[in-house]
Design a binder for this molecule. Structure first.
Ligand code: ASP
Length: 408
């Protein structure tokens, strides 16, 4: 433990510089918000660099991972493990959220007067649209629009198609070599971008704090507290136990190794933008097998969102309590199922959870306008839930990597 604390204080480490940058940016953002406008450009460039390598990395990592697995059977095995992990932990997250919220808003009386943002236009998401949205009809459109889940489905098909090419054809090896080379190249670029994180994170956090301020907290503190407590419990206890008992790693030590990715997740509020960093760091420092990281992390960044699922459950219950609507056990079971689905459907971008929450609200018959109540502090909660999303992905990658190694 002493070693762990000492590691957290070593200022020469990039991860610690990022942490100091976050603390400094928060303080200055509150004291001198006017300076934030000058930093916006730095934050924007950093974010664009991350996003620029994210999609190429998703494609090449998944491709390389599948071809190195070598067969449909191996892919099925890895895929089933990943899906089992994603669904169990997401379900556990929603359950945690519901327990916390019942302790908090169990009395069902509107807690406090809340103002809503008037011009908010919610869009309903149906289950059919949600299922169809997994499949691309035009891959170039999916790429241009950054539809990661469609890109993943397409890449899996492409990789399986390449695996099915006859060994005698030269083209097979050429395509595989090309993707392997590109994957290494993009990982190198990700490594360079990581070197800029203290600066990038400083700019992003400074700007966010300056723009958001603390005002909304005075109204929504009870709701925010419930989300924060739920997320902390899930990250530390639920996922911590999974890491310790199943993945056989000490959670605090693993955290110390991969924390740079979590800091980026916190400041960008985007699992997808964090992906280049988590992919590189999981392999380089976290000891996650390349084959596993390349498949499980990109998929997890868009499908496995424990933080989002938990937050959606708490938010929906809070909105119900604001309208004075009783949420009996049946309705809570509906929340449990739909929040899990809604989190799976959420893209790894800021505020995505807010959009898919409409699925949960519709399922339990709550007005979609209710979302406006919680909008004012969503960015801050988004930063936290994205960190938990990425933490869940990284633990999943470690667990599955260890399980795969044992099989060999
Ligand atoms: N921002 C989250 C993520 O990228 C998704 C959400 O809005 O909950 O993981």
């Amino acid at each position: 433990m002493v070693g762990f604390i000492r590691a957290l204080l070593d200022w020469r480490k990039l991860e610690n510089q990022t942490l100091y940058a976050m603390v400094l940016a928060t303080t200055l953002g509150l004291i001198l918000p006017d300076l934030a406008q000058y930093l916006k450009v730095v934050g924007d460039i950093f974010l664009r660099l991350l996003k620029a390598v994210a999609i190429p990395l998703v494609i090449t990592s998944i491709f390389v991972s599948i071809v190195s697995l070598g067969s449909l059977k191996e892919l099925r095995d890895l895929g089933l493990k990943a899906i089992a992990y994603y669904t169990t932990t997401t379900f556990l997250a929603v359950l945690t959220g519901l327990i916390v919220v019942n302790l908090f808003f169990g009395d069902n009386t509107p807690a406090e007067e809340v103002s809503t943002v008037q011009n908010f236009q919610p869009k309903e998401v149906s289950l059919e649209d949600f299922l169809v949205s997994f499949f691309p009809s035009n891959i170039f459109q999916s790429l241009a629009e950054g539809k990661i889940i469609q890109i993943i489905v397409f890449t899996i098909l492409l990789a399986l198609g390449v695996l099915a090419i006859k060994e005698t054809l030269k083209g097979k090896e050429t395509v595989i070599n090309l993707f392997e080379g590109l994957n290494e190249a993009f990982l190198n670029v990700a490594g360079w971008v990581i070197k800029l994180t203290p600066l990038g994170v400083f700019a992003i956090v400074y700007h966010t704090v300056a723009v958001q301020g603390l005002d909304a907290f005075s109204q929504l503190w009870k709701y925010a507290l419930a989300v924060v407590l739920g997320l902390t419990w899930h990250a530390v206890v639920n996922l911590g136990l999974i890491a310790y008992l199943l993945a056989k790693v000490k959670p605090h030590e693993y955290f110390a190794k991969v924390r740079e990715a979590l800091f980026i997740a916190f400041s960008t509020a985007s699992s997808s933008a964090t992906l280049p960093v988590s992919l590189r760091i999981a392999q380089e420092r976290g000891g996650v097998d390349k084959k596993v990281a390349g498949f499980v992390l990109p998929l997890g960044a868009t499908v496995n969102m424990d933080g989002t699922a938990l937050y959606e459950a708490v938010a929906v219950m809070y909105i119900a309590s604001m309208y004075g609507i009783d949420m009996d056990l049946t309705k809570q079971v509906i929340v449990l199922v739909t929040a899990t689905l809604a989190a799976i459907g959420a893209a790894g971008i800021p505020s995505a959870g807010l959009v898919t929450m409409t699925l949960v609200l519709t399922a339990v018959g709550l007005p979609l306008e209710g979302i406006a109540i919680i909008l004012a502090i969503d960015r801050f909660l988004d930063m936290l839930r994205t960190s938990v999303n990425v933490w869940g992905d990284l633990i999943g990658a470690k667990l599955i990597s260890n399980l795969q190694r044992k099989r060999l």
